[in-house]
Design a protein. Structure first.
Length: 153
């Protein structure tokens, strides 16, 4: 095979590989928007495996993997918010078993989000929400004020 044909074949396969990456990034965007953390993790793994099996430009690899990581983080953050919202509703409805499951899911997703680089403000906000849900729905500042009143009485 001549060098021109080999270059053409590599270009076609490279274009097809980039097209497949685009499709996977599209799935990842949907997972991030909907808060499907497990789906995002699965698609990231598929994307990583795909990118490792083909020859693509280094810059393209770096940019695509960075975007995938960001989308994965966004999916984990959204999943954390959804789980905390559900846990709060379940807590008010006195459904403790289901609330505990949602809290576990929220903590798991929060851990993933933190590992993927979630902002400190998001993590602190979630920790406050977790504390409020666990302690009966009262905000932390109110609990501290009530605790101070009891101590002085």
């Amino acid at each position: 095979m001549s060098e021109d044909k080999a270059t053409t074949l590599r270009t076609i396969s490279s274009d097809q590989a980039m097209s497949q990456c685009t499709v996977l990034l599209g799935r990842l965007r949907i997972a991030a928007a909907e808060g499907y953390s497990e789906e995002a993790e699965h698609v990231c793994k598929m994307l990583s495996d795909h990118m490792g099996s083909v020859r693509l430009p280094c810059d393209y690899l770096r940019e695509t993997l960075a975007e995938a990581r960001t989308l994965h983080m966004q999916a984990a953050m959204r999943a954390t918010d959804i789980a905390l919202d559900r846990a709060a509703v379940l807590g008010r409805a006195k459904q403790t078993l289901e609330q505990a499951r949602e809290m576990a899911r929220a903590r798991n997703c929060l851990g993933k989000a933190a590992l993927l680089g979630a902002p400190r403000e998001f993590r602190q906000s979630c920790e406050s929400r977790i504390a409020a849900i666990v302690l009966g729905g009262r905000p932390p500042a109110l609990r501290q004020a009530q605790g101070a009143q009891r101590a002085s009485a």
